[in-house]
Design a binder for this molecule. Structure first.
Ligand code: NAD
Length: 356
């Protein structure tokens, strides 16, 4: 049986319905959740992603506003969005500063990523969500309404793989990718690395390829593969291959791909020759993931809105702001320890003074 192209618009429809039902459940005259996009990069891919997002949001009844700003004003614009109760989600389009170092230590883009409020981080890229993903923690606390936010592109790949039947269906199975081997050709912080962790968390063995190295991710850990491991050798044994190489000239040799493999191209360039690929028996080819990614963005926004921004009296589902309370409690505990330490130092000083 020759290969088939997977139509992602069908997968996207499932989530369109979910979002419509959520909006219908809001009290009458409630303004729809608002996502603000901060665009400070001249990268045409970011601008077209922003335009796409706007179109999809309008179609689905959500609100989206893009704010074009100079790069030196991003931090200020981000702080304003964090503080504005009428903004429910924030997306910052990267790269802005690339690898330019920041006063805070890491790159300035990393610093910005961590400056987005946890309650508005639709991309799941802040420290809190990132570390939860890498520790395979799925909720922020014991409240079932406190699900962690996952990065949209990586999540869209997971949903596509579920649709393609790669995940075991039985609800009782914990590691639903047990026995599957996946190769991801991209290890960026936004796409490849979180995707590798998500698939490994679900039980798969994942090979993560970058220009200079191949790493093997298995639940909770990773190790660098030896020199003998090549992209060819890992693709040849993979049930799933995800390509995300942002270069027009890159083409994955189709002769490396075995029968029945699911191949997903997340890059804006076609990293695989589709005609050749579809000659391989049982292959499922997903040429782009954008339609599902935008739905994941909408879904994340609705989730944040429900968890943090909805009137508690209105939903009657317990306390969705537990995460905030926890953050405040942690902060108060740190402040109390600091104050007690100062007091102890002061008392020690008075004691020494009295003994003289
Ligand atoms: P990036 O530039 O941040 O990262 C690219 C990654 O691929 C890096 O880890 C890089 O080292 C690696 N790479 C480059 N050449 C390689 C090679 N020959 N072999 C192995 N690894 C190689 O880009 P990104 O944000 O990860 O985006 C990647 C692509 O995916 C872009 O084309 C982008 O437009 C697209 N993208 C699509 C979506 C979507 O939902 N459709 C979302 C985000 C990004």
């Amino acid at each position: 049986m020759p290969g088939e192209k997977v139509v992602t618009s069908k997968i996207a429809l499932t989530y369109k319905d979910e979002i419509r039902d959520f909006l219908a459940s809001l009290p009458p005259n409630t303004p729809a959740p608002l996502l603000v996009g901060l665009l400070a990069t001249s990268d045409p891919a970011a601008e077209s992603y922003a335009n796409w997002t706007k179109k999809a949001f309008e179609e689905d009844g959500l609100r989206y506003e893009v704010r074009k700003i100079e790069e030196q004003h991003v931090e200020e614009a981000l702080a304003q969005c964090n503080d504005d109760p009428n903004v429910h989600g924030i997306i910052v389009y990267y790269p802005i500063f690339g690898l330019t170092p920041s006063y805070s230590g890491s790159s300035h883009d990393d610093y910005l990523r961590d400056s987005v409020s946890v309650q508005k981080d639709v991309e799941g890229l802040t420290f809190t969500y990132r570390t939860s993903l890498y520790k395979n923690i799925r909720y922020l606390n014991s409240n079932p309404n406190s699900k962690c936010v996952l990065p949209c592109t990586a999540l869209s790949c997971v949903k596509i793989l579920e649709h393609c039947g790669v995940y075991a269906k039985s609800p009782g199975v914990h590691n639903r990718l047990q026995g599957k081997t996946c190769t991801i050709i991209n290890r960026s912080e936004i796409v490849g690395r979180p995707l590798a962790a998500m698939l490994a968390n679900d039980g798969a063995t994942v090979y993560s390829c970058d220009v200079d190295s191949i790493y093997k991710f298995e639940a909770g850990g990773l190790r660098r593969c030896d020199e003998g491991t090549t992209v060819k050798s890992v693709v040849e044994i993979s049930d799933v291959v995800v390509t995300g190489v942002p270069v027009k000239s890159y083409k994955l040799p189709t002769e490396w791909i075995k029968e029945n493999t699911v191949v997903i191209n997340v890059a804006s360039f076609k990293n695989v020759d589709a005609d050749e690929l579809l000659k391989i028996d049982g292959v499922k080819y997903v040429p782009m993931v954008g339609k599902v990614t935008v739905k994941m963005l909408e879904r994340n926004l609705c989730r944040l809105y429900k968890q943090y921004h909805m009137d508690r009296k209105g939903d009657g589902k317990g306390d969705p702001r537990d995460a905030l309370v926890k953050q405040a409690r942690d902060f108060a505990a740190i402040a109390a320890v600091g104050a007690l330490s100062l007091l102890a130092l002061k008392l020690a000083g008075i004691w020494r003074h009295c003994r003289k």
